[in-house]
Design a protein around this ligand. Structure first.
Ligand SMILES: NC(=O)C1=CN([C@@H]2O[C@H](COP(=O)(O)OP(=O)(O)OC[C@H]3O[C@@H](n4cnc5c(N)ncnc54)[C@H](O)[C@@H]3O)[C@@H](O)[C@H]2O)C=CC1
Ligand SMILES: O=C(O)C(=O)COP(=O)(O)O
Length: 471
């Protein structure tokens, strides 16, 4: 069983001052509302300039929408904070998503929900997206960053699950097990050895030697395969695996080719007709990365011509929002042809769908969301610089934490510090990523009118993307 990530000990509600590096706090600790004039919590300033909320932060004000059946471990952790959590089993059609996203501060999704510019533009209150999965290609990361919306994911909690599925598929393909099973389900006994192989001694070619590819490399070698891999980055080989300099070389040499690259413009149709030409006759192709990586009509041709002896697909160019009919409703021209191929395994994007992986992802991403919402820490964010400040102690009363997300242009720090400089800045940190910078500062001995003044002045700067003040 997976070890759940360490519990973050954050007392529900009114906790802004207690969070940040709260991992060090005893799980049994409870925090009382510090006796200052703001009720001791903090407030979230929304991204809409017209609708300013200058009120102490209370977790109960935070609205969260979880889509795509995010694991209960994540939902529960968020609910324990006192947040208002709505959890749906499926993703939503774009128009419904737009309606729902307008209202929420946090959205949790998996791989299906497309948070493109059109959707994010409507998300006026959104401060953070949690991708309860590895891939973040479904989110317009750049638009989100430029509008002060942090995005978190779980970088490797389901890697092992994907690697194990691929190992299973290699053996199933090599033995034509899918076809034999289907035949017998339909009443036909078809005992054959022709074209069936052991995987021992065969060469596995891994495209993309990241978290999943490298994990798979170790498992495959343990089963007697030789491993070669191709990656745009020069990476340390595990075991006796060998990096090859070109994709063509990998395709020329591998008996099994498996794709583990992210969805990027450069990986779109990475395996198409010319690449099938390079593959060995009778080799196999596996794709558990993204549907855009393989040109399916080219795969159909390669299978029909006998160039490849089998394939396994876990991902598709378009995938449905919910379980149910797929191919019957599919608009894809190739759906029928794909289904009729010999020795082809079609699975419904289940590479990361294990109890272990989903539970671990639920813990990991919800913890990142809690840290961000309650303390502004961006550790692990994929689209913002990673910034944190130590948590405030109970002794540090009358503090406010300023979070100022701004355009990364010259002269901002001088202006920000002119605003903060009249107060006692206990600590401050800033960093940038591309065009966006993230500043955090803890100010002590401030009262409500100080906080209002600081907030208004920061909001007035032209560099401002998003200001939050937690107190
Ligand atoms: N089927 C499923 O349920 C799952 C699918 N995935 C997919 O698998 C992908 C890979 O996952 P990880 O291994 O965790 O990602 P990773 O980021 O750890 O590794 C990806 C590797 O691909 C390499 N790469 C990028 N562009 C390349 C190119 N043009 N040519 C060759 N190599 C290239 C990178 O340098 C990196 O080493 C994810 O992006 C996601 O889309 C991930 C988890 C579950
Ligand atoms: O983690 C990923 O990137 C995956 O592809 C798995 O996606 P899912 O959580 O099953 O929608």
């Amino acid at each position: 069983m997976a070890t759940p990530a360490q519990d973050i000990a954050i007392s529900p509600n009114r906790l802004a001052r207690t969070v940040s590096n709260t991992l060090s706090v005893s799980p049994t600790a409870t925090f009382h509302s510090p006796p200052n004039s703001f009720g001791g919590a903090g407030f979230v300033r929304t991204r809409t300039t017209g609708e300013k909320q200058l009120k102490p932060f209370d977790t109960q004000d935070i609205k969260i929408l979880l889509l795509e059946n995010v694991n209960e471990s994540g939902r529960q952790k968020l609910a324990e904070q006192g947040y208002q959590v709505e959890a749906l089993k499926t993703s939503l059609p774009e128009e419904e998503l737009i309606e729902k996203i307008r209202d929420v501060h946090v959205i949790g999704i998996r791989s299906k929900t497309k948070l493109n510019e059109r959707v994010l533009r409507e998300a006026k209150n959104l401060i953070v997206v949690g991708c309860f999965c590895i891939g973040t290609n479904q989110v317009d990361l750049e638009y989100a960053a430029k509008h002060g919306i942090a995005v978190f994911n779980s970088p490797f909690a389901n890697s092992r699950s994907v690697a194990e599925l691929v190992i299973g598929e290699i053996i199933v393909l090599a033995r034509q097990l899918g076809d034999r099973s289907n035949e017998l389900h339909n009443g036909t006994w078809n005992k054959v050895s022709s074209g069936c192989w052991e995987i021992r001694g065969k060469t596995l070619g891994i495209i993309g030697y990241g978290h999943i590819g490298s994990q798979l490399s170790v498992l495959a070698e343990a089963m007697g395969m030789s491993v070669i891999y191709y990656d745009v980055v020069n990476l340390m080989a595990l075991g006796t695996a060998t990096q090859v300099p070109t994709l063509e070389q990998l395709l020329n040499e591998a008996d099994f080719v498996t794709c583990h690259v992210p969805e990027l413009p450069e990986t779109k149709n990475m395996i198409s007709a010319p690449q099938f030409e390079h593959m060995k006759k009778g080799s196999y192709l596996i794709n558990a990365s993204r549907g855009s990586v393989i040109d399916i009509p080219a795969l159909i041709n390669a299978s029909r011509s006998g160039k490849i002896a089998g394939a396994a697909l876990d991902v598709y160019p378009s995938e449905p929002a919910a379980n149910g009919d797929y191919f019957t409703n599919s608009l894809n021209q190739w759906a029928e042809e794909l289904r009729s191929l010999k020795n082809i395994i079609l699975s419904p994007h289940i590479g990361g769908s294990t109890e272990e992986a989903q539970r671990a992802i639920g813990f990991e991403v919800s913890e990142a969301l809690i840290r961000y919402v309650n303390s502004g820490a961006t550790l692990g964010a994929v689209n913002l610089p990673e910034v944190t400040l130590r948590s405030l102690t109970l002794e540090e009363r009358n503090h406010a934490r300023i979070i100022y997300i701004h355009h990364n242009v010259p002269g901002v720090l001088r202006k920000v510090n002119e605003i903060l400089g009249d107060h006692n800045v206990d600590k401050q940190i800033t960093d940038n990523k591309n065009e966006v910078a993230y500043l955090m500062a803890d100010i002590s001995n401030v009262n409500s009118s100080d906080i209002k003044e600081i907030s208004d002045n920061l909001e007035g700067l032209s560099s401002r993307i998003l200001t939050r003040v937690l107190f």
